[in-house]
Design a protein around this ligand. Structure first.
Ligand SMILES: Nc1ncnc2c1ncn2[C@@H]1O[C@H](COP(=O)(O)OP(=O)(O)OP(=O)(O)O)[C@@H](O)[C@H]1O
Ligand SMILES: [Mg+2]
Length: 159
């Protein structure tokens, strides 16, 4: 299990500590949080600090999209060979031409000084390159969903 900084990781604990950081921001808005955590989610071998960066970036984007109102939904479930985490919002959605580029480094639709466009590039690298997982996005007006799959154990060659 212990490989470098990888350790037995409780994904719910990381999500909750990330949500705690966003609590003041959530409080200032009318955004509703739907927390749908699977009971008995298995632990995985992961880098918890890096996963917190992933949740931070995905929640930050969802809250930006919601612009003060709507619902942020975070759900987890056991998944084939690992666990799945979904972070979704019922904001305006991502137009198709933007959707195909969201994971590109420095791609942003935000105003200068508002976003560097690195958030989802970091997410992609942490999940895919470092954990051997996968991240997918689907979006339509009123529903944007980032789906993260994390394997129980990252492939040996990755870390
Ligand atoms: N939940 C979402 N709803 C609508 N658009 C989104 C959502 N998540 C990401 N995007 C789009 O994807 C772009 C890239 O996201 P990314 O997190 O990489 O950069 P950013 O948020 O613009 O800047 P940074 O994260 O570096 O502060 C955003 O500018 C936005 O257009
Ligand atoms: Mg971002």
């Amino acid at each position: 299990m212990d490989r470098g900084d990888f350790q037995e990781t409780d994904v719910h604990r990381g999500l909750d500590s990330t949500l705690a950081i966003f609590a003041p921001r959530l409080k200032r808005t009318a955004v509703k949080l739907e927390r749908r955590f699977a009971p008995d989610l298995p632990r995985i071998c992961a880098h918890p600090g890096e996963l917190n960066q992933v949740w931070t970036n995905l929640i930050d984007n969802a809250l930006d999209a919601l612009d003060g109102q709507g619902t942020l939904t975070i759900s987890t479930r056991p998944d084939e060979g690992g666990v799945a985490v979904e972070i979704s919002d019922n904001g305006p959605g991502i137009p198709p031409d933007v959707l195909s580029r969201v994971f590109e480094p420095f791609f942003t639709t935000k105003a200068v000084g508002q976003g560097t466009g690195l958030g989802l590039d970091i997410v992609y690298r942490i999940i895919r390159a470092h954990h051997g997982g996968d991240v997918k996005v689907s979006s339509q007006p009123g529903e944007t969903r980032f789906m993260v799959h994390l394997p129980f154990n990252p492939p040996k060659e990755l870390n």
